[in-house]
Write a protein that binds this ligand. Sequence first.
Ligand SMILES: C[S@@+](CC[C@H](N)C(=O)[O-])C[C@H]1O[C@@H](n2cnc3c(N)ncnc32)[C@H](O)[C@@H]1O
Length: 289
Amino acid sequence: MCSSDLITFVAQGRHLRVTVKMPRFEQTYMSKQQFQRPTPVNLYLELLKSSLTDTLFNREPNADGSQDRFILDFAKHYIQGLAITMLPRCRLDNLEECVESVIQNKVPGDLIETGVWRGGATIFMRGVLKAYEVKDRTVWVADSFEGLPKPDEKECPLEVKAHAGPVMSKLFNHLAVGIEDVKKNFAAYGMADKQVRFLKGWFKDTLPSAPIKQLAVMRLDGDYYESTRDALQNLYHRLSPGGYVIIDDYGEKTWTYCRKAVDEFRKAQKIPGRLTRVDSKCYYWQKQK
Ligand SMILES: C[S@@+](CC[C@H](N)C(=O)[O-])C[C@H]1O[C@@H](n2cnc3c(N)ncnc32)[C@H](O)[C@@H]1O
């Protein structure tokens, strides 16, 4: 989930005035897709991205235009619309490149997303494995399938405020999507198979004992401090050197402490180097070999 500035808007018809922090994507990620030859694999993956983001006939909400317009477009396109992922295309390009990198460089391990909403990014991970005929890696789909956890009142006041606000609680329904709906989405894309495994429950309960031996890509999109911390603490030691950690909300400052969780973890683990920017919110790093 990606949000930025504090904005007030009036929802038409309902005269609802709410304060909301909403996404502003700066799509500056220079994807290698832009320079690729139109091979069957590339053509398939581009079409898959268009379908999952529902951008075949519709445009992504324009983050650089009017913010009021963008908020309404975001709710329409993602929450009320048909998109299976709320990631902008540039983040799927980044995910594709990380998965391709570990395949090409033979970095061992599975792929996981912690925080999947309708499942789109994990369906895309499975699609990349399928496109490259990779049969020895699993995609792990980790979510409560009942939305975001209630943040800690003392530690995370900004998250508490956002969590209780009308946009997160009413308009977004705390991003809750049931596991059966997510499984239906996998099936609709022909991706529901033995290379996909679900981890249902809160990360703090499911991740410590998850039967994952080794990871090559971990994509963290649980939004909140606790969700990010729990994923890092329980998964990072299983990430192979040369593997990738993608943090969807590292650039968010106004409604989540995701960045704090990452910075604390990296400091404690003495992880060298900087994170690489995908867009203004999403960042990643590669584990050193
Ligand atoms: C922003 S959405 C994920 C968007 C998704 N990556 C996509 O491709 O559209 C955040 C998800 O994280 C899940 N989540 C957040 N914190 C969690 C936790 N601590 N345990 C389990 N699920 C969590 C929510 O249920 C929600 O589905």
